[in-house]
Design a binder for this molecule. Structure first.
Ligand SMILES: Cc1cc2nc3c(=O)[nH]c(=O)nc-3n(C[C@H](O)[C@H](O)[C@H](O)COP(=O)(O)OP(=O)(O)OC[C@H]3O[C@@H](n4cnc5c(N)ncnc54)[C@H](O)[C@@H]3O)c2cc1C
Length: 452
């Protein structure tokens, strides 16, 4: 299975050798997505003499990093008030400020390493298409402001202001934040791989790790001996021994259209390439690509029993149909456009919805992830944090509240299966209720709150 992004640059894919003999390195990184590649990048930046191997079961960017919606967003899957409750107000604010600053950091690396990934920081518009969503948006902006963030971080837009940027069907109101860029995800993954190889990191492809242990990584016929192992497997983590219940793989799906014609573009506007979503529970996420296609994604696909991850799950006829219907509803101009690709992939969800960066200096075991679909930018912050933890230089990033944060394990099956799918159904039901009645679905929302 591939994605529109991977297909579009298939000719630039570098084929790398697989790991055929035992090796000895300082750091073994399992997973060649953004988490693994950014980790290699910052470790090399901080300590150039480290011997680092990235071991990837398929190819660089095979996972979510080559398939995502290309939202490079400073927002996190945990809200400020959630972080405040767990870690205190200052830690929550600090986490968000660092996350917003991460876009500047990514821009610097893209320039320094000459990575062209169609990056454009046009910000994000969040729309409301009913009164409940409208209230949600107003509350979100108010919450940000109550933590000292200002109009320069997030603000409400008048309907006219929003429609002058993008033509959106049925818009009640909206908000805007500048803390997001649209990117071509696979170009970023390939560019990062080039950058780390230039610095002496060795990447092995088609090399599946079957067991991660302290100072050792085992493949089918070979072993890597090392001081430190970084687990950077995100949505695939449940496939590793001893990690069945660490992160639940939830699938997200996308479609992309052919490029809009000039007259369609004139109709829809969207000249600043803002990313777009609305305030429904079952998230949708949209970007307009550099070459004028609409890439539209959505969550809500059923969770697979036993946290299974299989190539067969990379497309889902019913969910893709639903995504296309949503796209036609939000952007009627797309009804006349051909869908040129449908795809999907797993993302990693921790039980507490709280991403983390972990490092145990005694065992040399490290991990990062659980970004719940917000990893394009967070992988950079997580990897930078991890590199400083490993180098042990007491950098301020190592004090962020996600460091060594332990989420609960997911429930054993079949509770996990019924629980996750029940919550997904509940979310979809709430959305339906809100859009048909314009009123909150208080009882179901309360149940959702209790279990999330
Ligand atoms: C359809 C979709 C849309 C998304 N949209 C967005 C978005 O717009 N914005 C956003 O911020 N986030 C988005 N996300 C999430 C984001 O893409 C991820 O959070 C991010 O890419 C995670 O990067 P990663 O390197 O941790 O994981 P991955 O990119 O999944 O990389 C993990 C790598 O590990 C490899 N691997 C797994 N098991 C093994 C093994 N046993 N041995 C060796 N290698 C192994 C895999 O092959 C894979 O290449 C989306 C995700 C999906 C699926």
């Amino acid at each position: 299975m591939s994605s529109f992004w991977l297909d579009s640059i298939a000719q630039h894919r570098v084929k790398r050798e697989s790991l055929e003999e035992n090796i000895d390195v300082d750091v073994a990184i399992v997973g060649g997505g953004y988490s693994g590649l950014w980790s290699a990048y910052y470790l090399k930046l901080l300590q150039n003499d480290l011997r680092i191997a990235v071991i990837e079961s398929d190819h660089v960017g095979f996972g979510a990093s080559g398939r995502n919606g290309g939202w490079c967003s400073g927002f996190l899957p945990v809200t400020l008030s959630d972080l405040d409750r767990e870690h205190g107000r200052d830690a929550a604010i600090n986490m968000y400020r660092e996350s917003f600053r991460t876009l500047d950091e990514i821009e610097t690396v893209l320039a320094n390493e000459d990575i062209d990934c169609d990056y454009h920081r046009g910000g994000t518009i969040q729309g409301a298409t009913n009164l409940v969503q409208q209230k949600r948006i107003v509350d979100e902006v108010a919450e940000m402001k109550s933590y000292g963030f200002t109009e320069s971080d997030t603000r409400l837009l008048t309907t006219n202001e929003c429609l002058s940027k993008i033509s959106i069907q049925g818009l009640f109101s909206s908000s805007y934040t500048p803390h997001c860029a649209a990117i071509h995800p696979a170009k970023l993954a390939f560019g990062l791989a080039r950058a780390v190889e230039k610095r002496g990191v060795k990447i092995y492809e088609n090399s599946r790790v079957i067991k991660i242990g302290s100072q050792c990584v085992e493949l089918q016929n070979t072993k890597v001996r090392c001081q430190i192992v970084v687990r950077a497997t995100e949505g695939f983590t449940s496939q590793l021994k001893h990690h069945r219940r660490t992160l639940a793989p939830l699938y997200s799906y996308m479609v992309v259209t052919e490029p809009l014609t000039d007259s369609q573009r004139a109709e829809i506007g969207w000249l600043n390439r803002e990313t777009y979503h609305d305030a429904r529970n079952m998230i949708i996420y949209v970007q307009i690509t550099k070459d004028g296609r609409i890439a539209f994604g959505g969550r809500g696909a059923p969770y697979h029993f036993g946290s299974r991850v299989k190539p067969a799950f990379d497309t889902h006829e019913v969910i893709h149909k639903r995504i296309i219907e949503s796209m036609h509803q939000v952007f009627p101009v797309t009804k006349s456009l051909e869908i040129t690709k449908c795809w999907g992939g797993p993302l990693g969800v921790p039980r507490n919805w709280h991403p983390s960066v972990n490092y145990d200096a005694k065992t040399g075991l490290a991990s990062l992830g659980g970004y719940v679909g917000d990893g394009v930018s967070s992988t950079n912050l997580a990897a930078r944090t991890l590199a400083h933890l490993i180098i042990n230089d007491s950098h301020p990033l190592t004090k962020l509240p996600w460091v060594n944060y332990l989420s609960r394990q997911w429930e054993p099956e079949p509770m996990r299966y019924f629980g996750i799918n029940g919550l997904l159904k509940l979310s979809a039901g709430i959305d339906r209720h809100e859009s048909s009645t314009n009123k909150p679905d208080k009882i179901r929302a309360k149940i959702l709150d209790i279990f999330l």
